[in-house]
Ligand binder design. Sequence first.
Ligand code: NAD
Length: 263
Amino acid sequence: MKLLEGKKALIFGIANKNSIAWGIAQTFHEHGAEIGFSYGIPQLERRVRPLAAQIDVEFIEMCDVSSDEEIADLFQKAAGHFGEIDILVHSIGFAPREELAGRYVDTSREGFKIALDISAYSLVALAKAAQPLMPNGGSIVSMTYYGSEKVVPHYNVMGVAKAALEASTRYLAADLGPDNIRVNAISAGPIKTLAAAGVGGFRKMLGYTAERAPLRRNVNQKEVGRTALWLCSDLGSGVTGEVVYVDAGYHILGMPEPPEKWG
Ligand code: NAD
């Protein structure tokens, strides 16, 4: 059964074939959605276009989400192409590389502003711009990480930005709920992507999580895609304002050591 037949989805944040947004896009395509892509910088176009061709994406536009003008322009084009949309995927995160190493206490004012603007405020700006294109309701999904709740080495200001993203998810869900627009976030376990490579010691995070998570492995982009699928299809019609974990169960652990080590 195809769960997104007749639905139109605008997906932000595809950089390459490893992007979580690409896992989501493939899953949505398998389930019959008509998809549009937005990517962040001109250099990505040559990677994004071949992926778009694989799943019949015609709408491919650049949009730097730190610019209100670019967001307005993008949504004007999307309105022209799609008329209305049903789904918005926000799979965007950025912090200057120097902020993702060392101690959080050394975060610069500028680094803080950039991380919060691109990784959290942009969800608010995109949701506001998408609302007029969702007259019959819709579903908005963004991507977060457990570093919003607990201290994860080197995740630093991104953890603070993800906390703001998760709080924004709840406030947006309350504001847009009366229009039947649902807003949720997926908290994914570590996955090897371009953005993840910017986090100091990321490889260690992968190994540490896989060794301790209840499922004893890491998750992949397709597993995140399948959760986005139920949140954005009618299967998720009663769910809004939630953070849903796709992390092989890692976040449930109070003392994250493999039972073998407890003896
Ligand atoms: P990715 O590098 O493939 O995607 C990040 C995207 O953000 C890129 O497409 C990039 O172009 C875009 N972006 C950055 N600045 C932008 C701007 N100013 N305007 C528009 N787009 C911009 O990496 P990913 O891991 O797939 O990241 C997607 C989302 O998933 C991010 O929010 C990330 O924090 C989150 N996430 C990732 C992991 C992980 O381990 N990979 C885990 C949990 C959550």
